[in-house]
Design a protein. Structure first.
Length: 196
């Protein structure tokens, strides 16, 4: 019987599981990719020690009653090989609310892997009694917004100087959310009406 606390979620070629030691190399590749560095708060520079610390963080999150919940994203590529595709996390905020965050390995981008992962995590949260999931991103992070938009998130606002960056600066943030009764399978507004 498995003692793994991480719920396994799957849809087609995308699976969400616990992170593993063998993910370290791919985590470093993802976190040193220029797009990841540009839009996230990963440590700079990022090496294997950082990835090992991240693995420990993911384990602690599932062990704490209100910890951040991380899944490794895995996908089966066109050759039938399963590979690490990135990370998605849910941060419970109380009263049924949570924030979602995600990052994708460059090899898995442009294949609808993240939209599938976001829908899996949101459905899991709502099926467990959650009421709302909020998404935040730096202004102009269109790739992240495209995922949230495709998953039925409603864009709310641009919040000035809200998101902290590793260099100590604050950047403007976009915020959107989706609720338990919303349709995760389609956008709520045309692309032309969104901030992206």
């Amino acid at each position: 019987m498995s003692t793994d606390p991480v719920p396994r979620l799957a849809d087609g070629r995308v699976r969400l599981t616990a992170h593993r030691e063998e993910d370290v190399t791919a985590i470093v590749e993802q976190c040193t990719d220029p797009e990841s560095v540009r839009w996230t708060t990963v440590p700079r520079p990022y090496g294997e020690t950082d990835a090992q610390e991240f693995l420990a963080l993911t384990r602690r999150g599932w062990a704490e009653p209100r910890g951040n919940l991380h899944w490794a994203i895995r996908w089966t590529d066109d050759d039938g090989v399963e590979a690490f595709a990135g990370t998605i996390d849910l941060r419970p905020r109380g009263s049924g609310a949570a924030e979602i965050g995600f990052g994708l390995h460059p090899d898995a981008r442009g294949r609808h892997v993240m939209t599938t992962a976001v829908r899996l995590v949101c459905r899991w949260w709502f099926d467990d009694g959650g009421q709302r999931v909020h998404w935040w991103a730096n202004v102009s992070n269109v790739a992240s917004w495209r995922v949230a938009w495709a998953c039925g998130f409603t864009w709310h606002a641009t919040v000035p100087r809200y998101l902290p960056m590793p260099d100590g600066t604050l950047v403007d943030g976009w915020v959107a959310s989706v609720g338990a009764d919303d349709d995760l399978t389609r956008p709520v507004a045309p692309w032309s009406e969104t901030p992206g």
